[in-house]
Structure formats: C-alpha cells, structure tokens
Design a protein around this ligand. Sequence first.
Ligand code: AMP
Length: 114
Amino acid sequence: MDDCIFCKIARHEIPAQVVYEDDDLLAFRDLKPAAPVHVLIIPKKHISMLTHMTEEDGALIGKVMLTAKNLAASLDVADSGFRVVVNQGAQAGQSVFHIHFHLLGGRAMSWPPG
Ligand code: AMP
C-alpha cells in the first residue's frame, strides 16, 4: 500500500525506533507512548484491520502474539504484567488502518479501558 504510513515504516521509508524485525513482522516504539513501554507490532503484509484478517493470516497473527510475549520479556515487563491491545474500527480508537498490536507495560493499568 503506497500511502499507508505503517507500510512505509515496514519498508524503512520513514524512520521509527525499531525494537524487533524479521521477514514477516516489525515492532517499533509508539510515537506518543501511553506507557513506559509502548511498542507497536505489525505484520509487514498490509491487513487494514482485524476484521480483514483471513484464515491464511492465522499463522502470521499467531506469530505476532508470540513476538509480543518475547518482546515483553526483552523489554522487562513480562513479570510485572503487560497488555496487548488491538483497536478495531474508529469507535474503538483505531486511527491507523494497518493492523497493529499495542504492547503496553511498565505501569499499573485499570479496567475497563476508557
Ligand atoms: P490506533 O489508535 O490503535 O490506530 O494506534 C495508532 C498508534 O500509532 C497511535 O498510538 C500513534 O501514536 C501511533 N503512531 C502513529 N504514527 C506513528 C509513527 N509514525 N511512528 C510510531 N507510532 C505512530
């Protein structure tokens, strides 16, 4: 997707603080962190939102969750606790329409979210 900001980050066309990369995924620091640890994990494949995920994306999205677990450990929030969040659609707060998983940690969090 030529005009997708997260596709551009995945192609390294615009800068980001990358904390993890492999052939399928990229993880980078959120520009406006909502917690001491706030990383976005994206598949390099453009999937605009969770509801556009197909059966064939299952392994890819499963890999995102495994990467979230591994990053939580390497960023030292695995033991204290962390949250993995997908905002699906405008009412849920999705502002970038390339699927991304927020990994948040390093502070106490309340429930339900606002
Ligand atoms: P959401 O509201 O769930 O779509 O989350 C989008 C997130 O992307 C927000 O937390 C933004 O701060 C973050 N964001 C937007 N542009 C960038 C960027 N260029 N680099 C890093 N994070 C970004």
